[in-house]
Write a new protein. Structure first.
Length: 330
């Protein structure tokens, strides 16, 4: 679940608790160059207040106008925008794009409570809505499942937030945390050194003074997690990296030169790690963008994390020098 979905569901629940009428609007199909993908979600209140997005803005304006003029949808219903070129232009759908939506009343927010509780436990949850009957059920989902609609049943998948543990609380980590938050990572910083942990002040992040390997155990890493080690201190980084490489974390990286990275890999061979697990380490960390400053290095690291998260090949890496094996710079 990304932060926008989380905000939409939390806000919809709060509005219902206040006694307001609320509708959820979900993109189920698009054609052409529609601005938002299937699964995009919006909550609409009875006075026209909205949170979330299903288009570039014009469709939202029309939905708001419908509510403000008295329209009250009592059961799940389909809405189609952009059938004609004129409608596409009117609703801001470029290149003749078409948008198909489901609008549904939130009559009972109990299911939202359950979704938020289960995703908070790092579970994947599928919400199935039968458009004809309005019957809603929740079920376990599997990693890799996506939003789907078969003409009758809408299946939305909600999952835990993407999380990243950054080891070290220096200047680089501060900039990294701010950028990582902006691309939907929940950030935890770990540093047991008092000269660093007393000055961590990045808002909307977690901080722990635990030893890094203990912090990894406490986080219970899952496939929505990344670990980034930037202290340059093997006593702090190495044990944590060993635990992270044995975990399901989708990304594990460590700051350091090619020479230091090669030495780190050799140290790791002294522990119970397989060659495949060692090869999972991203080091030198980050994409090759010619970065020099802490901010530029942070951009390169976050960019690499996002690429791995999205399944994109890491083409923007420094080339392997002649005579050096590719595995040493994986």
């Amino acid at each position: 679940m990304d932060s926008l979905d989380l905000q939409v569901l939390q806000t919809a629940r709060a509005w219902r608790t206040e006694g307001r009428a609320v509708w959820l609007v979900t993109v189920i199909e698009t054609w052409g160059s529609s601005p938002r993908p299937p699964g995009a979600l919006l909550a609409l209140r009875d006075d026209g207040l909205v949170v979330g997005s299903v288009s570039g803005g014009c469709v939202e304006d029309d939905l708001i106008e419908r509510v403000r003029t008295g329209e009250r949808v009592a059961a799940p219903s389909l809405i189609l925008y952009g059938v004609s070129k004129e409608d596409a232009a009117r609703f801001g759908l470029p290149c003749g794009g078409t948008l198909r939506l489901v609008q549904e009343p939130v009559t009972d927010a109990g299911w939202i409570d359950e979704v938020l509780e289960r995703t908070g436990r790092h579970e994947l949850v599928a919400r199935l809505l039968d458009i004809d009957s309005g019957v809603l059920t929740l079920a376990a989902a599997r990693r890799g499942e996506a939003f789907s609609f078969d003409g009758r049943t809408m299946r939305s998948v909600y999952g835990p937030r993407w999380r990243v543990l950054v080891i070290g609380a220096g200047q680089l980590s501060r900039v990294f945390a701010e950028i990582a938050k902006s691309v939907d990572f929940e950030v935890t910083c770990c540093d047991p050194r008092e000269e660093y942990n007393l000055t961590w002040d990045v808002p909307n992040t977690r901080f722990t003074k635990s030893m890094p390997d203990d912090a990894i155990a406490e986080m219970r890493l899952d496939p929505h997690c990344a670990v980034v080690a930037v202290t340059h201190d093997p006593k702090l980084d190495d044990l944590a990296l060993i635990e992270a490489l044995k975990s399901p974390a989708f990304y594990v990286g460590a700051l350091g030169s090619r020479n230091n990275t090669s030495k780190r890999r050799e140290r790791m061979r002294m522990f119970d790690l397989s060659e495949a697990e060692i090869a999972r380490l991203h080091g030198p960390i980050g994409l090759d963008i010619g970065s020099k400053t802490p901010a530029e290095i942070a951009v390169s690291i976050v960019a690499e994390m996002v690429a791995v998260r999205n399944g994109v090949a890491l083409k923007q890496k420094k080339p392997v020098p002649a005579g050096e094996s590719a595995s040493a710079t994986a």
